[in-house]
Write a protein that binds this ligand. Structure first.
Ligand code: GLA
Ligand code: GLA
Length: 687
């Protein structure tokens, strides 16, 4: 494994995005126009080369770098920066024709034809060789260019291949992990239905026409897909590390929309350790009819916190649409002001960029109607161009922010990729209501709405910086995590766990008897039964002096050492514990046996925030939780991003006069109104 070592040296906050002039080679006047318009939009960075392999190497071994040389020249003439992509996201026709093994095979065993993108075999030696060759050429030619800022590897890695080469690689992976077939048979519980493996070559990836029910096989296949993708990526970057060790490396991660959860196909928490810089592509469905802008803003905030937490450092928004996309069920343009709100929200969360897909709308093919900074009309007078230019000017004002981190969090919310896969695959509970990430969002909400910084961490993270760890629906838990969270609590930390936790081990085998014992000791309770409710059924939880609704999941638990904070109000377990609190060493462990509503979580977290003295980084009275206040700063100065996600005006109350950076004027103490979607950024020197 290559050890990541290069650091991003940012001359400014990045503004710009995907630039694809290879499709406009027959229209030189368009390219001239691009470089006139870019400075007008405040563009200082372009991402080039994504999907450009056919333009760079039209025939095997014959290269055409002329057009890309010109992009570098012209970007340098405007003192801009280039994010250079390696082109492996889409291969040239000749490559697939000559090396058909690069074409992916699906889980039914069908090999793909040429077409599309993001669909190559991660194992095929010829693709690995070819990508190294083209990447070496790029590094040799552009590695010393002063404008080269960052390598962008491929594009949105994802998917899987089931060809014979991948089957062989998977078998090796399994063999290395388990050593003996007996261990595999135990881990995958193959004697059920008599699927006992008697030879290594019987191992096959999960398939709808083969095995899909062996939970351990399914999870190990997911782990293998992540490892094989990383292995492919490591192979791709090898010439870049060799020739340009000082240029940092990223690959753009993606997010499932509309849930705004990390792409389910890869373990990004593992992948992140191989990147120098985290970047992700942000396409929230702003202006949809299912949720308020503030509720969507909360989801965006959480996924930003997740990406920031991957390396505990600033990240980049690699792509976003300045207006609409072409792949949501309904493709609605951003409302006036929302591009600015979204862009500044990203900066507030720790992004050092707002980059778009794409600079200029394509004339044909798949994404010709996707929003772009410059549309088919080609004018600077469009609302989109004007709003992008406005944000470009704002980011210039905010340039010093790139040196300042998002303030550290004392609260951590745990997200576990293996757990997400195992829970979804569990053939248990209910099909539609498990909703792991959505449940994490519900726990996150209190902290976002109260401006209390919070990280979204993996079970591998160090818990030392935190006072409070939220660990909901942790169905799959290994002993290492149980020990870590128990040690954390024993030493004085506070943990909140919930229903459907500690059910299976890392192999997805159910814990037997009193296991996992330390988890039961931590919470002081043990689950005896899970009541899965139909969507229209409810129970109640009596907590404090109120009754809150409980839905979806109500566990019947036996209390061993905890004190009971809340009890069920109905059904055969009425009066039995629903929320408990257990003293464990010097710390405290709360257990929520039922899924409650937001009001109940608010009441609980309000109590915890008070007890633990968790407060906003900057105490600023606000009239509504539709206003969010996020802070980037250090011991000398801070920037307060005050963002109104509300569809109506909302007020804040300044306790002292503060300088607003975007308008460059001083706001007096007292009430200040923010228009819908308005953002104010205050700068404060700390004496
Ligand atoms: C059927 C099958 C059993 C088992 C049950 C589960 O009855 O015969 O093997 O799968 O369904 O409900
Ligand atoms: C992804 C891809 C881009 C483009 C955009 C469209 O992020 O990386 O190439 O397809 O989606 O939204």
């Amino acid at each position: 494994m290559t050890v990541p070592k290069a650091h991003l040296k940012l001359p400014y906050l990045l503004h710009g995005g995907d630039y694809n002039p290879d499709q406009w080679q027959a229209y030189p006047q368009i390219i001239d126009q691009d470089f006139t318009m870019m400075p007008q939009a405040g563009v200082n960075t372009v991402t080039v080369g994504v999907f450009s392999w056919a333009a760079l190497e039209p025939e095997e071994g014959h290269y055409d770098f002329g057009w890309l040389d010109q992009v570098f020249d012209r970007v340098e003439a405007m003192n801009g920066r280039v994010i250079l992509a390696t082109p492996s996201g889409a291969r040239p026709h000749w490559l697939a024709d000559r090396y058909p093994e690069v074409l992916r095979t699906d889980e039914y065993g069908r090999q793909a034809l040429f077409g599309g993108r993001h669909n190559h075999c991660f194992t095929a030696p010829s693709y690995r060789e070819q990508t190294q060759q083209i990447n070496r050429k790029l590094a040799e030619r552009y590695g010393q260019r002063p404008s080269l800022l960052l390598w962008h590897i491929s594009n949105e890695f994802g998917g899987e291949c089931h060809c014979d080469l991948c089957q062989a690689a998977f078998r090796q992976w399994v063999q290395k992990k388990y050593q003996t077939l007996a261990a595999v048979n135990e881990a995958w519980w193959t004697p059920f239905w008599g699927h006992t493996l008697t030879a290594w070559d019987q191992i096959h990836s999960p398939s709808p026409i083969g095995d899909t029910n062996l939970k351990g096989l399914n999870l190990d296949w997911r782990r293998f897909v992540t490892d094989q993708t990383i292995d492919f990526y490591e192979n791709e970057i090898q010439p870049l590390r060799e020739l340009t060790p000082e240029i940092p490396i990223t690959t753009n991660f993606m997010t499932d929309t509309p849930a705004m959860m990390p792409f389910h196909g890869l373990d990004y928490q593992k992948f992140a350790t191989h990147l120098d810089v985290i970047s992700w592509d942000s396409y929230p469905a702003w202006g949809n009819d299912q949720e308020s802008t503030a509720d969507l803003g909360l989801k965006v905030a959480m996924i930003n916190d997740y990406y920031r937490s991957l390396k505990q450092q600033d990240f980049l928004i690699m792509e976003s649409s300045p207006s609409l996309v072409n792949w949501h069920p309904f493709n609605r343009p951003k409302r006036p002001g929302v591009n600015r709100l979204a862009g500044l929200q990203n900066i507030a969360s720790g992004s050092d960029s707002m980059l778009y897909f794409q600079w200029r709308q394509s004339r044909g093919a798949s994404e010709m109607f996707h929003g772009a900074v410059v549309d088919h009309h080609g004018s600077t007078a469009t609302r989109t161009f004007q709003e992008v230019s406005q944000l470009g000017a704002d980011l210039k004002q905010l340039a010093p922010v790139r040196q300042l981190p998002h303030v550290p969090a004392r609260v951590a919310l745990v997200f576990d990729y293996d757990n997400m896969c195992a829970l979804a695959d569990s053939e248990a509970y209910a099909d539609t209501t498990k909703q792991y990430w959505q449940t994490l969002q519900q726990h996150y909400a209190y902290f976002w709405r109260h401006d209390i910084p919070i990280d979204v961490i993996s079970p591998q993270a160090d818990l030392a910086p935190y006072q409070l760890v939220l660990d909901p629906m942790h169905f799959l838990m290994d002993q290492a995590w149980i020990d870590k969270v128990a040690d954390f609590t024993q030493a004085g930390g506070t943990v909140v766990g919930t229903y459907l936790s500690g059910v299976v081990d890392e192999r997805t085998l159910a814990y037997l008897g009193d296991q996992p014992q330390r988890l039961h000791e931590l919470y002081g309770v043990q689950t005896t039964e899970v009541d899965t409710l139909y969507p229209h059924q409810h129970n109640g939880v009596h907590y404090g002096d109120q009754t809150y609704p409980a839905q979806d999941y109500c566990e019947v638990i036996t209390n061993q050492t905890a004190s009971v904070l809340a009890t069920y109000t109905a059904d055969f377990y009425a009066g039995q514990p629903a929320i408990t609190k257990n003293q464990y060493g010097a710390g405290t462990a709360y257990y929520l046996a039922a899924r409650t509503d937001a009001a109940c979580l608010t009441a609980l977290y309000h109590q915890l925030a008070t007890e633990l003295d968790l407060h906003p980084t900057y105490p600023l009275a606000k009239a509504s939780s539709d206003i969010s206040i996020q802070v980037r700063g250090d011991q000398n100065q801070r920037y307060l991003f005050v963002m109104n996600f509300g569809e109506t005006a909302n007020t804040i109350n300044l306790t002292q006069p503060l300088t607003e950076v975007l308008s460059n004027r001083t706001y007096p103490a007292g009430a200040q109104e923010l228009a819908p979607y308005q953002v104010l950024v205050f700068h404060e020197l700390i004496k």
